[in-house]
Design a binder for this molecule. Structure first.
Ligand SMILES: Nc1ncnc2c1ncn2[C@@H]1O[C@H](COP(=O)(O)OP(=O)(O)OP(=O)(O)O)[C@@H](O)[C@H]1O
Length: 234
């Protein structure tokens, strides 16, 4: 049994059919990259996993239990945490207060000191306000907030978007440490090279259809698939 099993989900915005029989699985302690061009349906897939968009048909199982009808807060309680594209960090309160807030609203939060161990930079900046942080640091706070809530599965929506290469490198290290510490991660990312460098397995979605599943090594040997569906050379 996989930690998360998605079986042929069909998701819509109003009458617009966006996901067509999308299936995927995520194993415990695995990092899965979900790749695809702009508008391919990556965020909609994450939103469907998080209950923000309700699939009209299909099944999503978490630890073997059907969860496709649960509300986002119920899924969060089960340990599924979405770190959305638009990094929701509170700008007027400090890093520490941002983390405290995440801990206060969680059932079984992780000690904040453990989070500072994983993100030493946030420890250094604990008294800085959210709005004083760089984009990369804000992204670290957003990921740390998910982590503190003892997420079994962290869904990362384009965590490297708009960040300078050096910051991306730092953040990738953070993500690798999270993976090594046994967190399960689903990452959606336009930066194919970055995503493939630490994913165990990857999927490609195109026009709402899952068109590829394999390991990063397998995908990199299939240069034509990368060019066809992602429009880049790796
Ligand atoms: N709230 C919405 N209402 C209507 N259509 C939407 C909505 N959000 C997304 N879409 C459409 O759904 C399709 C899939 O969008 P989605 O955001 O899942 O793509 P994506 O692969 O994450 O792309 P991007 O990298 O641009 O975020 C696109 O055609 C998009 O225009």
């Amino acid at each position: 049994m996989s930690l998360l099993e998605v079986e042929k989900i069909n998701s819509y915005y109003g009458d617009s059919h966006i996901l067509f029989d999308v299936s995927m699985r995520v194993e415990e302690n695995e990092v899965v990259a979900l790749l695809g061009r702009n508008g391919a349906g990556k965020s909609t897939t994450l939103k469907s996993l998080m209950g923000v968009v309700k699939p009209k048909t299909g099944i999503i199982r978490h630890k073997g239990v059907e969860v496709q009808n649960l509300a986002p807060h119920e899924l969060a309680r089960r340990g599924i945490q979405l770190v959305p594209e638009e990094r929701r960090v509170f700008g007027s309160i400090t890093v520490h207060e941002n983390l405290l807030l995440a801990a206060m609203t969680a059932e079984n939060p992780m000690p904040i000191d453990a989070v500072y161990e994983a993100f030493p930079r946030l420890g250094e900046r604990r008294r800085h306000r959210g709005k004083q942080l760089s984009g990369g640091e804000q992204q670290m706070v957003a990921i740390a907030r998910a982590m503190i809530r003892n997420a079994g599965i962290i869904l990362l929506d384009e965590p490297f978007e708009g960040l300078a290469p050096l910051i991306v490198r730092d953040l990738m290290q953070v993500c690798r440490r999270l993976a090594d510490a046994g967190h399960t991660i689903v990452i959606v990312e336009q930066n194919v090279r970055a995503a493939l460098s630490f994913a165990h397995r990857c999927y490609i979605i195109n026009n709402g259809h899952m068109v590829y599943e394999g390991t990063p090594d397998q995908l990199q040997q299939e240069g034509s698939i990368i060019e066809k569906y992602l429009g880049v050379k790796v």
